[in-house]
Design a protein around this ligand. Structure first.
Ligand code: GLY
Length: 390
């Protein structure tokens, strides 16, 4: 896309939410010549996009009953390397993309049976993953526990540093000419005659031809939307920990999943342990039980974490829709577009969301890969939610 100034032929766009979807679409639209105003209730890129772990794990996270979502996940995963290269070259920011792959480990016989069941399902979907013995897994990651009995290896499930990603997207978005209004919550979407007119904030009304709802876990609480255009999204709390490895002697290079845990090593030495899954609204507290379970589960897979300094702990709020799949594209309100509800896969789905939604706003054509994810699936009885949960 070329960098041009605002043009009268392009729609003006108000974006609600400064996470990676809002910043990414803001970048694409401003670069294409739209006047873009992005409204963020807090600071840009500091909510779920910051809290995430950055796993691009379409294969090992594939679950039975989510085949339509799996197709979207795999397509976005395929787009990731080119997207990262483009954004990195454009901003000069290293996104910390790592392609060592992912290992899922089983610790005892029950884990191994559960892992085998999931692996057998994933193979029926044609996924490129490999079954390993514990010994084979330890040859890839020598610090895995001697108690690891079996593993699944995915060479295609990579990772990206999501914090670098949102810093880069913010830079690209501002650089293309979008105006980012931080500490400015949108209180309502203005709609008249089933057409958007703009958004309301504490500082007044902002007129726009298009409004993009990209407010993540906060999307449901914005007033002014008719029931059929109100995204059924709720916060799903996750507690996470950051340990510090010596970057010259990391104890692990792959992303490692174990029962109740994922372990994500950054090149900087930051080692992320995540995450609890708690339906507790916007409860911001770390708890002793949450921290204990993360450390215990991580220690069972990778005992050497015991020696590492604990650097950071934080809580994030996944934007989870009623069927755990994202809500994308147009709505029954003209000019109101959705990019929300990404649940556990916001980072993985960034390229396809950003480019698919931007293309729709610019050209009015929706990528067929996005059509099953319309908000209408929750409200149109002829398109039940089984459209996603096949
Ligand atoms: N995608 C990781 C998580 O939701 O915890």
């Amino acid at each position: 896309m070329s960098l041009t100034g605002p043009s009268k032929s392009k729609p003006s766009v108000a974006i609600i939410g400064g996470g990676l979807c809002g910043l990414g679409v803001g970048w694409r639209l401003a670069a294409a010549g739209c006047a873009v105003d992005l409204f963020e209730r807090d600071k840009a890129g500091k909510s779920a996009s910051w809290a995430a772990a950055g796993m691009l794990a379409a294969n090992v996270e594939a679950e039975s009953g989510e085949e339509i979502l799996l197709a979207l996940d795999l397509e976005s995963q395929r787009q990731w390397p080119a997207f990262a290269t483009e954004l990195s070259a454009h901003t000069g920011i290293d996104l910390g993309y790592r392609d060592e792959g992912t290992i899922v480990v089983a610790i005892d016989r029950d884990d191994a049976e559960a892992l085998r069941f999931t692996y057998d399902y994933q193979k029926t979907q044609g996924l490129d993953i490999e079954w390993m013995t514990g010994g084979q897994a330890r040859r890839l990651e020598p610090h895995l526990s001697p108690g690891v009995t079996a593993a699944v290896h995915s060479t295609l499930d990579h990772q990206v540093d999501n914090r670098q990603l949102v810093v880069a997207l913010e830079k690209a978005c501002r650089g293309a000419g979008a105006v980012i209004h931080e500490d400015t919550p949108v209180t309502a979407v203005d709609i008249a005659g089933r057409k958007v007119k703009g958004v309301e904030t504490a500082t007044g009304t902002h007129r726009a031809d298009v409004v993009l709802m990209a407010a993540g876990a906060w999307s449901y609480d914005i007033d002014g939307l008719p029931p059929m255009a109100r995204p059924p999204v709720r916060p799903l709390k996750g507690q996470m920990l950051g340990l510090r490895m010596d970057p010259r002697a990391p104890i692990v290079d792959h992303v490692v999943w174990g029962p109740g845990i994922y372990i994500v090593p950054r090149r900087s030495g930051h080692l992320i342990l995540g995450a609890t899954v708690e339906d507790k609204g916007f409860d911001p507290d770390m708890t002793a039980g949450g921290v204990f379970r993360l450390l215990e589960a991580a220690w069972e897979a990778l005992p050497q974490i015991e020696e590492l300094p604990l650097d950071e702990m934080w809580v994030g709020f996944r934007p989870t829709s009623r069927d755990d799949a994202p809500i994308l594209g147009p709505t029954s309100v003209e000019g109101l577009v959705m990019a929300t509800g990404h649940h556990r896969n916001g980072i993985l789905l960034a390229p396809i969301t950003i480019d698919g939604v931007s293309d729709f706003i610019l050209n009015g054509i929706l990528d067929p890969a996005l059509t099953p994810f319309s908000i209408n699936r929750f409200y149109d009885e002829t398109k039940s939610e089984t459209g996603i949960r096949a």
